[in-house]
Design a protein around this ligand. Structure first.
Ligand code: SF4
Length: 404
């Protein structure tokens, strides 16, 4: 048993680094600061380190040999999910280069990257928000569900960097009613978000409008919001990209970025897009010069977010092997009838078991590692908290590459 462990939580990209807990028989019990998601994920018992090939229990070494054999015969393997730490992503990129494969996160849209490429964006960090923001606009109440401690860590101040009383920021939620104390909600159906953003921009730049409302929000409420946004000193618009349920998410993100830019002509405004899988994207840019999705089949990195979509490649059967990497939460394996290798911290859900399953540890629990935080400004170190005999995804991927 180890007690009084200081823990950095890897179970969402906020990476809260102020948790405290104890380890008892391989389970970690969070005692202070953790949210429900952290408590549940840390308290799970460790997985058996034994691997599975065609539903047979085998040693890790045998499974690595089988995986190498499968990849040796593959014409276009797809490496997807990429839910691992910095070392793990580096190892995936190296293996994809060697086998001429495609890398893609599959579940995470490329919306922010596409918006950034089209028009740029003024973004901010958690620290800036905590210390300076006086108006926060949250798009969608789902932000609280996906990033449970965002409100507690950034929007409910107990102290700031500055030697003066820390006033609480004003919080406005656009969407469903929220449980955030003192927040004002502007009720808006999700599909009306593009229209809502366009109306705010039009009112800001004084374009005459024929419409008198968006959903139940009247033009006078919109005008009052625009006026409020002009009066403050540091405003932030926060959204969870994967929850934007509007279609053409890249265009919605681009419109939000443009809105932030427009308000910067009057006062200071910034965006904070909240996304998972930040580490894979950042390491990919740093290693190859491109964001995801990348194809190495011509022995150099080719970037094309449409052509190399793993979902497209798998459904058209252009790809002939799937390698799924998931070191954190429980994931859903996409249902494609092709040979599948899974490296994960638990057997993923899916209609059929993977051909090869190799258990791997979770960074920050079973082994040390590094992860990028959601604002992409900080890389945080994670410490090992228990000894369950589970290898890191990076170690397994390197062994597969060595056996090719
Ligand atoms: S908010 Fe995220 S990082 Fe923080 S404790 Fe909860 S799951 Fe962990």
């Amino acid at each position: 048993m180890q007690s009084n462990l200081t823990i950095t939580c890897p179970f969402c990209s906020l990476l809260c680094e102020d948790l405290n807990g104890s380890e008892i028989n391989g389970r970690l019990y969070v005692q202070t600061q953790g949210c429900e998601k952290a408590s549940t994920c840390f308290a799970k018992p460790p997985l058996s380190p034994l691997a599975r090939v065609s539903n047979r229990t085998v040693s890790q070494d045998e499974a690595i040999g089988e995986a190498a054999q499968l990849l040796r015969g593959a014409h276009l393997p797809v490496y997807a999910s990429l839910d691992t730490d910095v070392d793990g992503v580096r190892a995936v990129i190296s293996l994809a280069k060697r086998t001429g494969g495609v890398i893609d996160q599959i579940t995470t849209p490329c919306a922010s990257v596409l918006a950034l490429q089209s028009s740029g964006c003024i973004t901010t960090t958690l620290t800036e928000i905590r210390n300076r923001a006086d108006l926060i606009i949250l798009i969608g109440a789902q932000v609280e569900t996906h990033f449970p401690r965002l409100i507690n860590r950034c929007l409910q101040r107990t102290e700031t960097l500055f030697n003066q009383p820390s006033a609480q920021p004003e919080i406005i939620v656009i969407g469903e009613a929220s449980h955030i104390p003192h927040a004002t909600t502007i009720p808006l159906a999700e599909h009306l978000l593009p229209e809502f953003i366009a109306m705010l921009k039009a009112l800001l730049v004084d374009v005459p409008l024929q419409a008198q409302q968006v959903g139940e929000v009247s033009i006078s409420e919109l005008a009052a919001l625009v006026k409020r946004m002009q009066q403050i000193n540091y405003g932030v618009i926060i959204w969870h990209t994967e929850s934007l349920n509007t279609g053409h998410i890249d265009l919605v993100v681009q419109a939000l970025c443009e809105l932030v830019k427009a308000f910067n002509k009057i006062t200071r405004f910034a965006a904070l897009p909240l996304e998972d899988g930040v580490t894979a994207r950042q390491v990919c840019v740093w290693q190859t010069g491109f964001p995801l999705r990348i194809n190495f089949s011509r022995h150099f990195p080719e970037y094309n977010p449409w052509q190399f979509s793993s979902q497209r490649l798998l459904s058209t059967k252009e790809a002939d092997t799937l390698v799924w990497i998931s070191s954190f939460a429980h994931t859903q394996l996409p249902d494609y009838d092709i040979p599948t290798i899974v490296l994960a911290n638990q057997l993923p859900e899916g209609s059929r078991p993977p051909d090869i399953f190799i258990p791997v540890g979770t960074p920050g629990l079973d082994h040390s590692g590094y992860l990028f935080r959601v604002d992409q400004a900080v890389v945080l170190p994670l410490q090992q908290c228990r000894e369950a005999g589970l290898s890191s995804a990076a170690a397994v991927l390197k062994k597969i590459e060595a056996r090719l």
